[in-house]
Design a protein around this ligand. Structure first.
Ligand SMILES: NC(=O)c1ccc[n+]([C@@H]2O[C@H](COP(=O)([O-])OP(=O)(O)OC[C@H]3O[C@@H](n4cnc5c(N)ncnc54)[C@H](O)[C@@H]3O)[C@@H](O)[C@H]2O)c1
Length: 480
């Protein structure tokens, strides 16, 4: 038996590393176990988000957007560009540099906070022990008063399109295409499909997205989803709904995909590369010994209560491996709550106010309930919508697509949700999230002084529109 800790965290993604840092800040002797290796074969912190998820995908989204702007959008500003050229390997190198900086940053924070990094594969044993197997197969058992499982998630594989990491890839492989595929297939019009489909489409691929469901962005507010569908169509993304992929046949450097269309007819399409992004599943392989006492739910997530406690005393779990949205910021917040609970504090997490963002252009962002949810729950409500077309700042930026939509209770005026498609939607929705945390009414937001000219004014105007008081658009309902 080796060292004993107050807290051992398994996994150093946004759930695990944040939990470890917070626990250490609170004076707890903390270790974090991680098995992820970088391209050079060295142990690296940060998990999916930093290594192959949120961060690298945003780096490519930004690079590809800049390329698109330079090529197609500068002219309107009176800027002439001659032969804009793209260097994909350089783009990928920049992305890798950012990943390196950020993952190195987590290790630096571990050192600064005195979190011990343990490299290897961690397995929870009974009685709050963790067995770590290193590269050479050597095992060491550690003990802790509390253990936090933060092992994350992995892409779902589907039998009709097995990933070969060459022609058929998952979200990780889609960050590494050395050149732009001419014809790119994407299975799944979810967050990843739309983000990665956008990257390669902007860089020149003909992108076809095959989505099994009949509705586009089915869990999002319908008005916003409709606007998004229209916008993506205009951008040239060929999203085909009600198309279920049933098979694929890789032939040399291309793949023939078979799918059933909305009329039940079999169709085929040939692509140079195919990205499979049909969801992610909790990652628990090799994580739990049989007698660890941690139960999984019927969908394979680690079962936890409202406070992220598992069925084993002293063992907690956070992030993608437990119920709730698979979002980095949800994982991090759970990590903080758990660390503080372990330290004897009593924080609670508000699962009703978690922003959700798709980082396409325009961005799509949401917090709280959609209009359809509020309606289904039978609550009386008012809606305020403000289009970016009426925003001076959006006009100046030549970025006027989309809108801010705010939903408030008809009797109390309390904000129930906000849904935005448009420039900087991710940052704008956060303003409403803060307001909602403070139990704000639409009137409260409307009475706040916003800087001019800013995109944020669209949030203020949408809040004013809830009660028919918007200034810069004609109000749908006139109220005093
Ligand atoms: N910006 C972000 O916050 C962000 C970015 C990336 C990933 N994520 C998270 O990662 C997770 C995974 O993302 P995702 O995009 O893979 O999943 P998703 O669940 O968002 O979308 C997957 C889509 O694939 C479709 N599908 C499944 N099987 C199919 C088939 N055989 N043929 C055609 N379509 C099929 C589904 O109907 C669904 O719409 C999500 O939970 C997401 O929240 C978040």
């Amino acid at each position: 038996m080796s060292e004993k800790f107050d807290v051992i965290v398994i996994g150093s993604g946004p759930g695990g590393y944040v939990a470890a840092i917070r626990a250490a800040q609170l004076g707890l002797k903390t270790a974090c176990v991680e098995k992820w290796k970088n391209k050079e074969g060295k142990g690296v912190n940060g998990g999916t988000c930093l290594n192959v998820g949120c961060i690298p995908s945003k780096a490519l989204l930004d690079s590809s957007w800049k390329y698109h702007e330079a090529k197609d959008d500068f002219d309107i500003h009176g800027i002439e560009t001659k032969s804009v050229k793209m260097d994909v390997p350089k783009m990928l190198e920049r992305k890798d540099d950012i990943v390196k900086k950020l993952t190195g940053g987590v290790s630096g924070l571990f050192t600064a906070n005195k979190v011990t990094s343990i490299w290897g594969s961690g397995k929870l044993l009974a009685n709050k022990k963790v067995e770590v197997t290193d590269d050479e197969g050597k095992t060491t058992v550690y003990e802790a008063e509390n253990i936090i499982l933060a092992s994350g998630s992995v892409p779902v594989n589907i039998p009709p399109a097995p990933v070969d990491n060459k022609v058929i890839v998952d979200s990780t492989g889609a960050l590494e295409f050395p050149k732009v595929p001419k014809r790119l297939g994407v299975i799944g019009a979810g967050v990843i499909g739309l983000e990665l489909g956008s990257v390669w489409s902007r860089l020149g691929s003909d992108v076809v997205v095959l989505e099994a469901l009949d509705d586009f962005l089915s869990i999002w507010d319908k008005q916003i989803a409709k606007e998004a569908q229209k916008t993506f169509k205009k951008q040239g993304l060929d999203v085909r709904l009600s198309c279920r992929v049933t098979g694929s046949d890789v032939k040399k450097d291309e793949v023939v995909v078979t799918y059933e269309d909305k009329d039940g007819n079999e169709q085929q399409e040939t692509f140079d590369r195919l990205i499979v992004c049909v969801g992610r599943r909790p990652y628990t392989e090799g994580l739990l010994s049989e007698d660890a006492g941690v139960k999984l739910d019927e969908r394979g997530f680690i079962y936890v209560n409202d406070l992220c406690m598992t069925s084993a005393p002293g063992v907690w779990a956070v992030g993608d491996v437990v119920r709730g949205p698979m979002l980095a910021h949800k994982a991090s917040e759970e990590g903080v709550v758990v660390a503080e609970r372990i330290a004897g504090q009593k924080p609670m997490m508000n699962y009703d106010v978690i922003p959700n963002v798709i980082y396409t252009h325009p961005e799509i962002a949401s917090v709280g309930r959609t209009e359809e949810q509020v309606k289904a729950e039978g609550e009386p409500y008012n809606v305020g919508v403000f289009p970016f077309a009426a925003s001076g700042r959006a006009m100046a930026a030549n970025d006027t697509g989309g809108m801010v939509k705010i939903i408030a209770h008809a009797e109390t005026d309390r904000v129930l949700g906000a849904h935005i498609i448009g420039p900087s939607a991710a940052d704008l929705v956060q303003q409403v999230a803060i307001a909602m945390e403070f139990g704000s009414s639409a009137e409260d937001i409307g009475m706040t002084v916003f800087g001019h000219p800013t995109l944020s004014e669209a949030v203020k105007e949408a809040a004013l529109a809830v009660n028919g008081h918007a200034i810069h658009i004609a109000n749908r309902k006139k109220r005093k």
